[in-house]
Each structure stands twice: as structure tokens, then as C-alpha cells.
Design a protein around this ligand. Structure first.
Ligand code: HEC
Ligand code: HEC
Length: 376
């Protein structure tokens, strides 16, 4: 691996995730200067730009499940893949999960549901730089969209968990978010006879803590937005993107954004330092965020974050873990400078933003909308 390679990007992937991803995606179609490397075990990877792939077992446990990831489209040779159609998820577990998702009883003081911060009619996030903790202060990180979470490998900005089940359990117990316990929640849900019967209909063992979690996860997995113009383009509809949007996509590939924002979710499957070439500016004074370091406590993980998915990104301003970038243009400009060491022209930024706007999909036939006017 060249020294140039080693200097820059640090990706941490589990062995399995890395192998699968690289098998699927490391193809000459990456469309950029790429060096073929052969690692022990016959693992091949395209070292686009300058990447160090630290193949360490970071604890990925369960089998990888990507229920909606289409195999890379034949014939188009694109490094990204569309969401597989059709998406059908309306079983009793999912319906129960939908009800729980909107139920404020999940929070200790019955004040907020999942939908309070992840409204499905508005981007699946709250439009705030940082979400409010239960004490009313913006102490949480920027709320990621809930759409397409089932296609990501790691959750939260620091990737603290890698299954949706572990994620939900953590946040139900989190004193700053739902702050609940099983005895408390069971007491509330038991009082509603139709909840009890719905749990019985969905699960043989009825109303249990694990089934509350399973139902919520089942609903989360149904929240996919497969009909973006970009997905249609990947499925072969060349005219789904304008010439300028295609130019933006070409820049996204050739400048190397794709090295990190990759896979079916265009992100969500690896970690990278925020500030590879230079530290990003604009952190608020109280931002003492150290990212993945919070999880691993290793010095090299300071300011390392899970690379976010870019699906529906035009509808999820403001950007970054602390919401410091108010618009997509600012976010793209920052990314080019700090992740790639490049200064883009306003035209290039505009083209990439136009491409990113084609990643807006629809949920239940309605295009995903922004929570705040003027986003994107
Ligand atoms: C107070 C606002 C708030 C509420 C209520 C809330 N969330 Fe979140 N959610 C967030 C924030 C903020 C994050 C990012 C947390 C972090 O990185 O530290 C997040 C992250 C997530 C993620 C990970 C997304 C990703 O891409 O990594 C999922 C999944 C999720 N929430 C689902 C839920 C579910 C299910 C509920 C209800 C049980 C819920 N949330 C309730 C604010 C909220
Ligand atoms: C070295 C890996 C890497 C490269 C290359 C990279 N990004 Fe990112 N990107 C990240 C990480 C990590 C974050 C999260 C930063 C944070 O908030 O802490 C991010 C965040 C973003 C966001 C904000 C998403 C959100 O929901 O807040 C956008 C938009 C984005 N990147 C676009 C791009 C574009 C466009 C390019 C190419 C010009 C690019 N990125 C190149 C790693 C990368």
C-alpha cells in the first residue's frame, strides 16, 4: 500500500462487511484512478484515491442482511446499486411497529414518540442542528433520517451499535431520549387490550420486551424510499437524470466522494475521520465531540464518524453530526476541502448538489419532504 495511500483515509470495516462490499463494489467501474491491491486471503480492493482499509474485526456479529439491496445492475457498471423492488412490508409485526413508533408512551413521561424526532412526513428527521434531550436542551447530536436505516451497517454518528435491535434497546433505555424500562412500558401497554391482542397476533409469545424491539425494527426496515430518480437511473432509465445531474454524479465518482459514500445506501457502512486533509471549521465552542473515540477509546478514533447515508440528503438539512452546515452546498464544499483536499468551483459544487437532489425517494408514494423550508 503506498505511503500516499496510508496518509489519508482510514476506514474501519468488519472483515465480512469489507469482503462483501469489496466483492460487490470494487470494480474497474469505480471510474477513477484506482490501484488494484491484493491482500492476504485473496481480498482485492480498489484503493481509490488514497485509502487505508484497516481490516479489523470491529465486532460485527450477526449475518449481514440487506433485504432491499439490489445486486449491482448488470450492464450499467455503476459502483452504486438501487434499492430492490418491490418493497412489501405490511405484516402484523410491521403494523404493530408502526403503532409503537408513533406512541409517546414509549417515553418515560409520555411526551415524545419516535415520530417526534423522526417525522415520516418530513424527511424522517427534525430539521434541527441538534435534537433536544428530555431536559429540553439541544444536547443530542443531529438527528439522522430514519428512512433507509435498514440498509445501513452501523448506527448513530459514532456507530456505537451495528444492529437495529441493539439500537432501539439502547435508545428506549437512554435517559436523554426515551428513559423507560420494561416494567414501566409493560405496565402502560398492558392497559390497552388491543395492544395485547396485536402482540399476540404478531408473536407467539405476545407482549414481551424483545417483541416491542422486534416490532419497531420490523417497521424501521420497511421505511425504504426506493423510487428516487437516481434509483430509476440505475435501473436503466437514462433520462431520469438531466445532463447536469449526470455530470454531478460523474464528479461524485471521479473526485472520490464515492470512496466513502458507497453501497446501496450511499453511506452507512464504514467509518472515516471528519477532517482527513484539514480539520473542519465551524464547530461550536461547546462541541467537544470526539466521535468514535467515545466507543473505542483509541486515540486514532478521535473525530472519526460513521459515514452517513446520502439518500434523501436534500431533505435532511442541517448537516453533519452537530448540524453545523446549513445547506447542501456548504456541506459539499466542506467535504471536498476536508475529506479530499480539493477546492471545488461554485459550478462543481452546484452540479454535485444537483446530483444529490436526485437521491430523494418517496415513501408510500409521496416524495420525501424537508422538515424546514429552504433545505437543500
Ligand atoms: C429526541 C429526539 C429523538 C427521538 C425521540 C428518537 N430519536 Fe432516533 N435519533 C435521534 C438522534 C439525535 C440520533 C443520532 C444519535 C447519535 O448519533 O448519537 C438518532 C438516531 C436514530 C437511528 C440511527 C440512524 C442512523 O442512521 O444511524 C435510528 C434507527 C433511530 N434513531 C430510530 C429511532 C426510534 C425507533 C425511536 C423511537 C423508539 C427514536 N429514534 C426516537 C433523535 C431521536
Ligand atoms: C474520507 C471519507 C469521505 C469522503 C471522501 C467524503 N465524505 Fe462526505 N462524509 C463523511 C463523513 C465521515 C461524514 C460525517 C461528518 C460528520 O458530521 O461528522 C460525511 C458527511 C457528508 C454529508 C452530510 C450528510 C448529513 O446527513 O449530514 C454530505 C452531504 C457529504 N458527506 C457529501 C460528500 C461529498 C459530496 C463528497 C465528495 C466531494 C464527500 N462527502 C466525500 C466521509 C466522507
Amino acid at each position: 500500500m503506498s505511503a500516499n495511500c496510508e496518509r489519508t483515509v482510514i476506514l474501519r470495516l468488519s472483515r465480512t462487511a469489507a469482503r462483501r462490499r469489496l466483492e460487490q463494489e470494487a470494480s474497474p467501474a469505480l471510474g477513477m484512478r484506482s490501484t488494484r491491491l491484493r491482500l492476504a486471503g485473496g481480498l482485492r480492493l480498489a484503493c481509490s484515491l488514497t485509502l487505508v482499509v484497516a481490516l479489523r474485526g470491529v465486532g460485527y456479529g450477526g449475518p449481514l442482511s440487506l433485504p432491499y439491496a439490489a445486486p449491482p445492475e448488470r450492464g450499467t457498471h455503476e459502483p452504486l446499486s438501487s434499492i430492490l423492488l418491490p418493497v412489501v412490508e405490511d405484516g402484523p409485526q410491521t403494523q404493530l411497529g408502526e403503532r409503537l413508533f408513533h406512541d409517546p408512551q414509549l417515553s418515560h413521561d409520555n411526551r415524545q414518540s419516535c415520530a417526534t424526532c423522526h417525522p415520516l412526513d418530513r424527511g424522517g428527521m427534525d430539521g434541527q442542528p441538534r435534537a433536544l434531550a428530555l431536559d429540553g436542551l439541544p444536547r443530542l447530536r443531529n438527528t439522522p433520517t430514519i428512512f433507509n436505516v435498514g440498509l445501513s451497517f452501523w448506527f448513530n454518528w459514532d456507530g456505537v451499535v451495528h444492529t437495529l435491535e441493539a439500537h432501539v434497546e439502547r435508545l428506549l433505555r437512554n435517559p436523554a431520549v426515551m428513559n423507560t424500562t420494561w416494567p414501566e412500558l409493560q405496565g402502560k401497554l398492558r392497559r390497552e387490550a388491543d395492544y395485547v391482542s396485536a402482540f399476540r397476533a404478531a408473536y407467539v409469545d405476545g407482549l414481551t420486551w424483545n417483541n416491542v424491539i422486534a416490532a419497531l425494527v420490523s417497521f424501521e426496515r420497511s421505511l425504504v424510499t426506493p423510487q428516487s430518480r437516481f434509483d430509476r437511473y440505475l435501473r436503466g432509465e437514462q433520462q431520469a437524470l438531466t445532463a447536469e445531474e449526470q455530470q454531478g454524479y460523474d464528479l461524485f465518482k471521479s473526485y472520490g466522494c464515492i470512496a466513502c459514500h458507497q453501497g446501496v445506501n450511499i453511506g452507512g457502512n464504514m467509518f472515516a475521520k471528519f477532517g482527513v486533509f484539514q480539520p473542519p471549521t465551524g464547530a461550536s465552542e461547546e462541541d467537544v465531540e470526539s466521535g468514535r473515540y467515545n466507543v473505542t477509546h483509541r486515540p486514532q478514533d478521535v473525530q472519526v464518524f460513521r459515514v452517513p447515508s446520502l439518500r434523501n440528503v436534500a431533505m435532511t438539512a442541517p448537516y453533519f453530526h452537530d448540524g453545523r452546515a446549513p445547506t447542501l452546498a456548504v456541506a459539499v464544499d466542506t467535504m471536498a476541502r476536508v475529506q479530499l483536499g480539493k477546492e471545488l468551483t461554485p459550478e462543481e459544487i452546484g452540479l454535485i448538489v444537483q446530483f444529490l437532489q436526485t437521491l430523494t425517494g418517496d415513501y408510500r408514494g409521496v416524495p420525501v419532504r424537508a422538515p424546514t423550508p429552504g433545505a437543500g
